[in-house]
Design a protein around this ligand. Structure first.
Ligand code: BTN
Length: 262
């Protein structure tokens, strides 16, 4: 039976597990696909397994926020990896690769797709996808990685107070097939993960930097409630944002230490 057949049926059944070139577990409802994936890792599930949900009743965003997604409208999934080829200090490369995979597939459909540092996917000034990577480390290497992705495809209104949400449908007026978009992502992500396995750090760094939202242009940022003008000049080894102010002062920020002003 084909992958298409199974996914066409996903509204009528609660749970499926099937095997093609990838393992996918399709859930009608779950608290969070990342939580479900964590349990699968404890059960030593195969690398590359995807947990796909129609609806999450406690979808997790960054910083403990709730990830809003109307049932059946969007792509909500977690991909399980065991990237034990990667030093713990290089874990931000997982975010880079996943962000680039999303950008590359979205660019086939739209212009103006960027990565808002560190890993929000933007179309113009609006957020179309969020990524929540949860890594575990063993010794000096990564052990497992749960890559949780919420990509807004067909939702037409957003009610949470999340800043700037948008779906592909709101922009193009078209409807999108969850399964096709997941397949596209899976292929693209595997290509980039191979680059990472082959330690092609420089090409990943360049692609990531050139895809960044507001890179190299002067724009407003906010730290501790104070606004300042700066431009992004680089990304540090651990994923820190490097900003230059007009005075020539250069500062480095960890996640959530600085925000973009809209
Ligand atoms: C963000 O806040 O930008 C990250 C959002 C990540 C949401 C996805 S939806 C699938 C996966 N499961 C979760 O609970 N969260 C991620």
């Amino acid at each position: 039976m084909s992958i298409n057949h199974f996914l066409q049926e996903w509204f009528t059944f609660d749970f499926y597990m099937f095997l093609t070139d990838q393992n996918i577990i399709v859930l009608k409802e779950v608290d969070s696909t990342n939580n479900y994936a964590k349990q699968l890792i404890a059960d030593k599930v195969e690398e590359g397994t995807v947990v796909l949900a129609q609806y999450q009743n406690a979808g997790k965003g960054q910083q403990g926020n709730f990830w809003e997604s109307t049932a059946g409208k969007n792509l909500l999934f977690s991909l399980i990896l065991y990237p034990n080829f990667l030093a713990a200090g290089k874990q931000f490369y997982i975010s880079k690769v996943v962000s680039l995979a999303l950008v590359n597939i979205l660019k086939k459909e739209l212009e103006n797709v960027t990565i808002k540092w560190p890993n929000d996917i933007y179309i113009g000034e609006k957020k179309v996808a969020g990524i929540l990577v949860e890594n575990s480390i063993k010794g000096s290497l990564l052990d497992s990685s749960i890559i949780g992705i919420g990509l807004n495809l067909n939702q037409e209104t957003f009610t949470s107070d999340a800043p700037n949400p948008v779906s592909l449908k709101q922009i193009t007026g078209k409807s999108y097939d969850v399964q096709l978009v997941l397949n596209e992502f899976y292929k693209e992500c595997n290509l980039l993960l191979n680059d990472l396995k082959e330690a092609k750090f420089k090409s990943i760094d360049e692609a990531y930097f050139s895809s960044l939202f507001r890179n190299s242009t002067w724009s407003l940022f906010r730290k501790n409630g104070k606004k300042f003008e700066a431009r992004i000049i680089g990304i540090g080894e651990f994923g820190q944002l490097q900003l230059e102010q007009k005075s020539g002062e250069i500062s480095t920020f960890m996640f959530k230490e600085v925000e973009f002003v809209f």
